[in-house]
Design a protein around this ligand. Sequence first.
Ligand code: AMP
Ligand code: MG
Length: 264
Amino acid sequence: MSQPIKIKPKIRLRDFSPSHHAGLHKEATREKTNRLCARIGELQQLLYANAAASVVILLQGMDTSGKDGTGKRVLEFVTPAGVETSNFKTPSHLELAHDFLWRIHQAVPRYGNIGVFNRSHYEDVLVVRVLNLQPARVWRARFTQINAFEKYLTGNRVILLKFFLHLSKEEQARRLESRLANPAKNWKFEINDIKMREHWDKFQTAYEDVLNHCSTPWAPWHIVPADHKWYRDYVVAGVVVEALEKLKMKWPKSREDLSGIKIK
Ligand code: AMP
Ligand code: MG
């Protein structure tokens, strides 16, 4: 008898509301996020002490979706010494002279640390696709290459937590306007953001393909409603705590015999 064919439903971003907040209240949720972030601070010390794994918080999303803000909030109580942040910008000549994963692999944090990727190798199937920087056969092949790369990393004790900060076009307009209107935010405004905004629909399609091709058992994607910053931070902090708790870490025993030591 033939097996029934399992049809995996395709993710469509329009089925997910960027302003979703699960009916939660802002202030009470902020309190919960505070506790989660404090817990991340404690767990990172255990992660550092054991140095048995590293964690990457990978953030993707349209401009103003809060990639910087999320990292800042979630790692609020983590010692800077335990964090390695990477901002992946337009590749340099040196980076372009290598395979697209070269710069990413170098940025993977050492065991014991938490890494924040503000953008990532996914730009190589997002902006590269939308702006036609490479032919389709090149970026299409990357879905498989990315999955293999991520399998390799997770097989080597690198925990990948991938977040798509799902922002609405309307909320982006509000945030860009506030960057224009507020002198303290002017510096954040880039003409390039307006150009990218013109490609909004193409980016959404490209993101959908990423979510459909590159959400794997070893490195699943999390779609995070990002119109409400307080809800976005709560969701991400929760996932990070869960991943760290799963390691069931304890304080490591000293490799020295401490029993006879006297401090003079
Ligand atoms: P920002 O994060 O706002 O400072 O902007 C960084 C810019 O670099 C964004 O417009 C990205 O799309 C772009 N970028 C990042 N990675 C790549 C890449 N692999 N190829 C082309 N552009 C990229
Ligand atoms: Mg920007």
